[in-house]
Every structure is written in C-alpha cells, then in structure tokens.
Design a protein around this ligand. Sequence first.
Ligand code: ADP
Ligand code: ASP
Ligand code: MG
Length: 456
Amino acid sequence: MNSVQSTSSLTVAKFGGTSVADYQAMLRCANIIKNDNSNRLVVVSASSGVTNLLVRLSQKNVSVIEQKDIVENIRAIQVNITQHLSSDVEAQLNQEINSLLDELTQHALTQLLQYSTKTADAILAFGEQFSSRIFAQVLQSVDIPGEYFNVQQVMKTNSLYGKAVVDLNQLSEQSTQLLAPKLIDKVIVTQGFIGQDSQGHTTTLGRGGSDYSAALLAEALNGTNLSIWTDVVGIFTTDPRITDQARAIKEISFGEAAEMATFGAKILHPATLIPAMRRNIPVFVGSSKEPEKGGTQIKQKVDSNPTYRSIALRREQTLVTVKSPAMLHASGFLAKVFGVLAKHELSIDLITTSEISVALTFDNPSGSTQSLITNAVVAELEQLCEVSVEHGLSLVAVIGNGLTCAKGIGQSIFETINDVNIRLICHGASANNLCFLVNEDEANYVVEKLHNTLFA
Ligand code: ADP
Ligand code: ASP
Ligand code: MG
C-alpha cells in the first residue's frame, strides 16, 4: 500500500453529498485524492439524500412504521455502496452500519416518546458517520492509506443544537495533538457537519455545514489549501438551476464569495470563508464528476474586479415591521426592540428605517420547521410597538465591486425588473452588494431577467 509522502502542503478536501452518493462517485473522489498527494485530510458529507431522511426521522410524531421505513431506506443507500467492496470489508462495514442503525432506531424511539433538539442532533449526525467509515475503506481498496477519524474528538462545540458554535481554541489544540500526527502517513477521512458538546452530546453545525467544518479544520491544521468538491464545475454567476445562462467564475475574491455564500448561494455554507480568510487559505471549488474541467479559485487578491460578479437568491425570508410613534425623536427604542430579538437568539439580517417604523428581515434557514418569529416574540414586541410579520419573500443580492461608487447601478438593476414589486431595498453598507426583497413566486423570474441584463 502506498504511503502518503510527507509534503509541506496540506490540502483539506471536502466531498459533498452527491460526491459520496454511491460507489462510482466515491471512486471518482478517491482518484482525485490519488492525483494530488497534498490531499491528506478528507471531510465528507452524508451520502446524498441521507440527511434529508434523517431530518424527517428527527421530527415530532414520526410513527414507528415510518421510522422503520426511513431506517431501511438509509440502510439500502449505504449497503448499495459496500456491496462493491471485497467481501471481508463489506461484511465488516455492514456490521458497523447495522449497529449504528440500531442506535439510530433507539434515538428515533426516544424522539417519539419525548421530542428534544438534543436527540434531533444525535439523529442528524448519523449520515456523516456512515459515509466517512465507508469512504475510508473505498480509499484503502484503491491502495490509498485511508483511515477513519471521529471528528467529535476535536470539533468541540457549545450545546446550541442545530446550530452549534465551535470552540476554536479546543479545535486548534486537539487537532494539533490528535489529527496532525496521523496526517504524516495516512489520508484521514472525517465527518463534516457534526461536533460534540462539553457533556459528550452530539451537535450539528447547521444544514450544509460540512463546508464550514472543512474550512475550520484547514485553519486549525495550518492547511495550505481547501478544496470543496461538489456537483458543479465551480461557483457560477448565479445558481445554474435558475438559468442555463449562468457560467462558472474562474476566480473570485474572498469578500465577494463570502457575500455570495451569505446571501444564499447554496454552493458554499455561509460561514465557510470566515476561517479561510482568517488564515488566507485559498479555496478551490470544483466538480468531483468532472475534475478535469477545473473550477473556481477563491483568494484574497484577484486580477479582475468587475462591477457585477454574480446574483444570489435566498428564499424563505421573513419581514418584520415594527411601528411606534414613540420612536419619533426618541432614544433607546431600537435598543429595546433589539433586546427582545437578542433574548430570543434571533439574528437580524437587513434593516431599513423610516420616521416611526423599522423593517427587519430574518433568514429562515431551510430545514427549520417552525416559524422563526414565534407568538412569544411577537407578544413581547407588541409591548413596545405595533408589529407585522410577512412571509413568502425572497432576498435577491447583486454581488460585485464598487457598488457604492459606480454610477447608474440602481437604474440598471431596477429598470430591468420594473414589472416587479420590490418590497425592501438595502444598499450602501457594503461596496460588494445591493439586495432587495421580492415575492417568492417572482424570485426566479427576477434573477433570470437580471442575469440576462447584467451578464449579457
Ligand atoms: P454539496 O452536496 O456538494 O455540498 P450543494 O447542493 O450544497 O452541494 O451545493 C451545490 C449546488 O449549489 C449546485 O448543485 C447548485 O445547484 C447550487 N448553487 C446555488 N448557487 C450557485 C452558484 N452561484 N454557483 C454554483 N452552484 C450554485
Ligand atoms: N449532510 C449535511 C446536510 O445535508 C451537511 C452537509 O452536507 O454539508 O446538510
Ligand atoms: Mg453543500
């Protein structure tokens, strides 16, 4: 078996759900690793579809019959991969998968008896546990010294289930102690998305969080590169599912890519670039299906800084308008409103103000089943002001450079979509974006039309 050459460069390679969906997909990823021996830490997502099944399993009131059905669906996805390995390895992996599925079934029953977000996270984390075990063996089957590593040994978090916050000091210390020595002669395969709190309970970092895990590990290990392998040949000028006119971007600055991720470009988890920017680690995004086609380089300095770089879209936005005559010439009103929101751990996204009212938007991260703005939040705000809550909105963000100083930006954008009702506009805080809200059912139309004009 080949051993990994010790090189000074260390690439953390993250493979998303479609990249580890089946045996053929995993083999393609193994080849990518083989072709570049700086790839020494591999972070995997759950096989495509598995986390969605686990989300359903983690919800309230899932009948025992449905639970069994979900568990069998997951088993089928995973053994469909292991059957391609040698019979010894297949038997050993299937045994591990079966015992993990028994544990999963226990959690699902607990959830049915008494729902908790803690158990929900315990359930959600299983997908990455399966895929990382299997992928380590796929690597070994093609003579790469792959070894499974449980990321929970290093990814310590608080107990905010569903969106846990990682302890960066612990991550750095534990990674240096427990992970770095293994990277000398092994290709370590570990899980994205999951962590562990101080009481040893499993936590998750939020949907799509494997990108962020990989970036955090790259930072903790002083990685020289981060590669995000997915199902498209890089970051596009807009979501290629919305328009076939979207095209791959060769290079993009950290700042612009971070804005894209923040404003909904699903290709990267919103927090991915924060650790990469802290350590100036260049990030590559490419397709594990077509690695030969190259991809997008995200880095600090890029050769061109176009006015328009891309358009991002984030659905399921909530708009809250608070109105109070007491706000007129008064001080401290907004602080009280923000105090209520902070108490409920609600993070405000965009803000616009008028004389006696303030409009605030909130992101409703996909996967969340209940409305973010609960009756309790509304009741508390109503002690201070009139409150209205609107759903069914989408946030469109035009991303680029120098948007606060270029002339004619507003006209180019809004003239193109003058047949659409714009609900709120935010511009001026960042030179890298201009965003606005439109009705959900017009969002695709708006993005497509704007793309045709701005990227003609
Ligand atoms: P993975 O499972 O590999 O993490 P994701 O589904 O999370 O993959 O992200 C890849 C998807 O992101 C693409 O298939 C594409 O539909 C979507 N996407 C949204 N915006 C963009 C964009 N600007 N460029 C490329 N892909 C985008
Ligand atoms: N498996 C998790 C999800 O589907 C994390 C990830 O894929 O990044 O959200
Ligand atoms: Mg993703």
